[in-house]
Design a protein around this ligand. Structure first.
Ligand SMILES: *Cc1c(COP(=O)(O)O)cnc(C)c1O
Length: 383
């Protein structure tokens, strides 16, 4: 059996038929960029995010950059070249790229020992008088820590920017125990609709959500060359969402609650099947959106042997991320020398397994069996 790491929900026949009909109407309308589909999508997204103002953009990477620029962080957007943004070392490169493109300085923060996300104490220890913001990344779909980070940032006068590229659909209980969506805890939230994310387009797309409507207004200007009422009020970007993508995303939103529920059900089956074994399971956080199911072995050798055995049985896996940010050639200069040992170890030992709503029950059974055997085989490796 062949199990790809990912299969898009948009490729399911009923969705193909439904979206193709809707796309034909968009094509006939002659309006292809920032039109009624995009506005309808922004409204639906806003309703999902407790009424926050939303701004559709071209990608998740651009959403991050426009978040910093809209908040005035960094020299490119009215802030200071010394402005520091604290962000995880163990995350996708776009996080650091956005900080640097905004004209601010990235400060890498280490993960916890047995969790991919950095705990609040690590952010606190990296804080300096120049810190302007924390970038909280809901890595792999895990929104844990947002309430704490939100309270900390509020108390310290820092901005909290949420990268919800992987955790849209996740929620965390607030102090009253009410579930509140990821994307509503910070001053700005950046979303990606790259096909592999929990809400996926058929190409590139992204969006922003803001606490303060003035920041949303700024992002609306920046995404379209600073243009309003016949003049360029500021210089900006071309970061607009296409009508065809918005149209598909509207259809995907109809299925979104069921898609998240399916992800949670698959994660629960995996966890039940493999607990007590030699592979370390991701922490089962409340409200997790399970964008990726990432396990950890105890050594790099073990991880690589484990991945090879899955590959030999037709199961695709992937290493997220091969290196933490501070180990990349392009970012090494920004490493302040702080030890980031947990991030290093996560990169060496972790592996993403297939988990997506399109996975069928017999495929899940097969993954469970093959992983069990491969995990047993790693027990016999030297540690
Ligand atoms: C995918 C991703 C991004 C970037 O999104 P794109 O739409 O691919 O530009 C940013 N941050 C994280 C954590 C991501 O997973």
């Amino acid at each position: 059996m062949k199990i790809p790491l990912f299969r898009s929900a948009a490729s399911a026949e009923p969705t193909v038929a439904r979206v193709t009909r809707a796309w034909a109407d968009v094509l006939r309308s002659g309006v292809y960029v920032l039109g009624p589909q995009v506005r309808a999508f922004e409204d639906r997204l806003s309703a999902m995010l407790q009424g926050r103002q939303t701004v559709a953009v071209g990608s998740g990477s651009e959403a991050l950059l426009l978040a910093f620029k809209s908040l005035g962080i960094g020299s490119a957007a009215g802030g200071n070249a010394e402005d520091e943004v604290l962000l995880p070392a163990y995350t996708f490169v776009a996080c650091a790229e956005a900080v640097l493109a905004a004209g601010a300085r990235p400060v890498f923060v280490d993960s916890a020992a047995f969790d991919f996300l950095p705990p609040l104490a690590h952010f606190r220890a990296a804080r300096t008088p120049r810190t302007r913001a924390i970038l909280a990344v809901g890595l792999f779909g895990d929104p844990t820590g947002l309430p704490e980070l939100s309270a900390y940032c509020e108390g310290e006068g820092l901005y909290l920017v949420e990268d919800v590229a992987q955790c849209l659909g996740a929620n965390v209980p607030d102090i009253e125990g009410l579930a509140r969506p990821a994307g509503t805890w910070g001053d700005a939230a950046a979303m990606s609709f790259y096909p592999t994310k929990t809400l996926g387009a058929a190409g590139d797309a992204g969006a922003l959500a803001f606490r303060d409507p003035r920041h949303a207004e700024r992002a609306r200007l920046l995404r379209n060359h600073g243009w309003r009422d016949g003049t360029h009020l500021c210089l900006g970007h071309n970061s607009r969402m296409d009508e065809l993508q918005a149209c598909l995303l509207l259809a995907a939103l109809d299925d979104f609650p069921a898609a998240i529920a399916r992800r949670r059900a698959i994660a629960a089956r995996y966890r039940a099947a493999w607990s007590g074994g030699p592979i370390r399971m991701p922490l089962d956080a409340e409200g997790h959106a399970w964008n990726y199911f990432v396990v950890a072995l105890s050594t790099r050798l073990g991880r690589d042997a484990f991945a090879a055995q899955l590959a030999a049985n037709g199961i695709d896996t992937r290493i997220y991320y091969e290196k933490p940010l501070h180990r990349h050639e392009a970012l090494r200069a920004w490493h302040d020398g702080r030890t980031l040992a947990n991030s290093d170890r996560h990169s060496a030992c972790s592996l993403a397994l297939p988990l997506y709503p399109m996975l069928e029950d017999h495929e899940i059974d097969y993954v469970i069996e093959v992983v069990r055997e491969a995990a047993e085989a790693t027990r016999r490796l030297p540690t």
